[in-house]
Design a protein around this ligand. Structure first.
Ligand code: GLN
Length: 446
């Protein structure tokens, strides 16, 4: 039936960049046989999953929706993807995204925009817009995305699905094409919190191939789903409900908060005063890291090559000028500027200092609350093209999600109602490695 949905909806939706249905069918038949004989590989055996196009899959073209990686076929598979396959998951195909995961609408894809399944005139959010749209439209049971500043949670909110960004270090980044390495995490997009918990249980864990991956004993993230909310304290940071938040979105989120209270949680108002600095800190540090990470695309080592190799410097310049889109170039220039001699102290170093203050403020808040609840996005899904010529308006889509990446915390977005016929997302933020807690709150709400 997932395949039927792909046949019905994909042409208008544009969630996928590449489909692998032949292989998926063969794998599905094998899974069927295993399940029938009681030899299932794991809970994900036979489950059709879509993969964001910045996750390497051996033998499959991996482009990050960029011209510069056209034709790049990695020789290895990302650990997170491999772990799903080890549990029997079928990889259906690769999903559309903003080029190199830079964006909030999937319109920065060099290939095509993806439509919002609720209204084709609207964006699905981004940068994991293809993954979110695929799950929302029934074109996959679950999908993987990556979240550097909100790219799992914001499209999950816009498409009315559940999306989880794990604690930094919980899921191996090996095989994820790097954008901003100190923020990037891989996570699941699914219909509900229970499916997220199953996916995370399969993906999480130490990986010697990622030096920032954290050691720890395997956790079953479904274990606390059924716990009652009595005894949990939830913080509502007033800075996330002020100016810039659509009043309808605010109203729906507050109704969800009231429901959490009915379920037994204690809700307290808190203040996170550093919130206003999160966006500049994020765009400075993430662009600095991106400018360094994207230095490797020189037309020689990966993907597409420009014609003519007479002069090396000219060759690099031509490859990069032709291969990167405008948003990627903007980030590279911003990041290179912030890192250059004379400006480093004023921008990059200052941003790192403020980053520390933001981390401390969250740590302080988590001394009194078990979770923090906010809107995922300050607005409803916007129109295709509406913010494309205004980068700052596009960056504003992330005000509620970037602080979480700055502090490396886990957070998820769940659908919490509709405003003007469109889905609204509720963000639940937890203490480091407290995924079981936020999944519990999400599941009790759902
Ligand atoms: N929209 C943010 C950006 O453009 C977040 C992207 C992401 O999480 N990958 O940087």
């Amino acid at each position: 039936s997932v395949v039927k949905r792909i046949e019905e909806a994909e042409e208008n939706l544009g969630a996928y960049l590449a489909l692998d249905l032949e292989a998926a069918f063969a794998a599905a038949r094998a899974a069927d046989d295993r399940i029938k004989t009681g030899n299932a590989l794991g809970v994900l055996d036979g489950i059709p999953v879509a993969i964001k196009d910045n996750l390497c899959q051996a033998g499959k073209e991996t482009t990050c929706a960029s011209r510069i990686l056209q034709g790049y076929v990695p020789p290895y598979t990302a650990t997170a993807v491999q772990k799903l396959m080890d549990q029997g998951a079928l990889i259906l195909g690769r999903t559309n995204m903003d080029e190199f995961a830079m964006g909030s609408s999937t319109e920065n894809s060099a290939v095509k925009p993806t439509k919002n399944p609720w209204d084709p005139r609207l964006v699905p959010g981004g940068s994991s817009g293809g993954s979110a749209a695929a799950v929302a439209a029934g074109e996959a049971i679950a999908a993987l995305g990556s979240d550097t500043g909100g790219s799992i949670r914001q499209p999950a909110a816009f498409c009315g699905v559940t999306g989880l960004k794990p604690t930094y270090g919980l899921v191996s980044r090996y095989g994820l094409v790097a954008f901003a390495s100190s923020f990037d995490q891989i996570g699941p997009l699914t219909k509900d919190a229970e499916d997220c918990a199953l996916m995370l249980s399969a993906m999480a864990g130490f990986d010697p191939l990622d030096s920032t991956s954290v050691r720890g004993t395997p956790v079953d993230y479904t274990q606390e789903l059924d716990r009652e909310l009595t005894g949990r304290t939830i913080g509502l940071p007033r800075e996330y409900f002020g100016e810039g938040v659509d009043t309808e979105v605010g109203r729906i989120v507050m109704a969800a908060v009231a429901q959490l209270e009915d379920l037994g949680a204690r809700v307290v108002e808190i203040s996170l005063k550093m919130t206003e600095y999160a966006l500049p800190v994020y765009y400075l540090i993430s662009s600095a890291e991106a400018s360094s990470n994207l230095g490797r695309y020189d037309g020689i080592r990966y993907g597409r090559a420009a014609a003519g190799r007479e002069d090396l410097a000219a060759y690099y310049t031509r490859t990069r000028a032709e291969g990167f889109g405008p948003e990627v170039k903007r980030r590279i220039m911003l990041g290179t500027y912030a890192l250059s001699a004379g400006y480093y102290e004023a921008y990059y170093q200052k941003a790192q200092q403020v980053r520390t203050l933001i981390c401390r403020e969250f740590a302080e808040a988590f001394r009194v609350v078990d979770a923090i609840v906010t809107p995922t996005s300050p607005t409803l899904p916007f129109r295709l093209g509406e913010r494309l010529t205004d980068p700052l308006a596009m960056y504003m889509s992330d005000v509620c999600t970037v602080p979480v990446n700055i502090a490396g915390l886990p957070a998820l977005s769940i659908p919490c109602g509709f405003a003007r016929g469109l889905p609204v997302g509720l963000q639940i933020i937890g203490r480091p490695f407290a995924e079981t807690t936020i999944l519990n709150i999400a599941h009790q709400y759902q």
